[in-house]
Design a protein around this ligand. Sequence first.
Ligand code: XIL
Length: 301
Amino acid sequence: NAGLDELFKAKGKKYVGTSADQFSLNNANVAKLVASDFGQVTPENSMKWDAIEPRRDGFNFGGADYLVKYAQDNNKIVRGHTLLWYQQLPQWVKDITDKAELTKVLQNHIAKVVGRYKGQIYAWDVVNEIFEESGELRDMVFTRVLGEDFVRIAFEAAKAADPAAKLYINEYHLESASGTKVTGLNKYVKKWIAAGIPIDGVGLQGHLGGANPTAAEMKAGMELLSKSGVTELAITELDILNAPADEFVKVFEACLDIEMCVGITTWGVSDANSWLPNDSPLLFDKQYQQKAAYKAVHDLL
Ligand code: XIL
């Protein structure tokens, strides 16, 4: 019985993936499902700045090394996540006020992290959640100190450290064609690509349901972004409140319909290890059994 990753690949896509890290992979139930249904892993926390460079130029690669080795040993591709984010960012970075200093710190961070895994990462979420809902750049240390330039600095550093990796802008609430966030991001991406910034893809996180967008809105957002100048789109952190089967099916259909969509990553394997412990948003339940949404997606594929 073929798993989701194998079936999605048979339809021309690159992967179905999940977030993971040493902590979750040590759970035999999780590891078994990663083996059967997922061909790609994203480190849930181990590559974030607070985990990997807690002190200036003091790196801790333990968790990230574990994840990358696991991927190699088990024939999974890796999406690196993430090089620049305003959360899980150490205070020492937030406290920098000098432009030249923050530029150096950002370049060093990216050169060391991307350089360590050169040739081993399919795609990097170079920047994460850099937009406000208004579609303007988020008010955070990188914008305050460097202005819009932080985007060029980050992408150029990543490109220099691993020229073959696909470089992404990752964001939530893009799942709509008309919202101010998606239209603002679309405008910036066009401008940045025209200015020679090496952006390959946009990642739509895809935390859906409840007050968040629906799968239909997500498809409309992907259609808009497919004309932004990027060559790839990916759904990078999919989970849906209470996991309605028809919504999960619509997300997979949207990725199948939009050629540029390379793959889908769910943010975790089972409801037992979701970052949203009360939402039951994933494809496997707390007992690691297939849910209705899993079966519906499997039938679709
Ligand atoms: C979450 C992790 O799942 C949690 O374990 C952690 O405590 C907080 O971050 N958007 C992202 C992800 O880009 O990195 C976040 O992951 C979920 C929201």
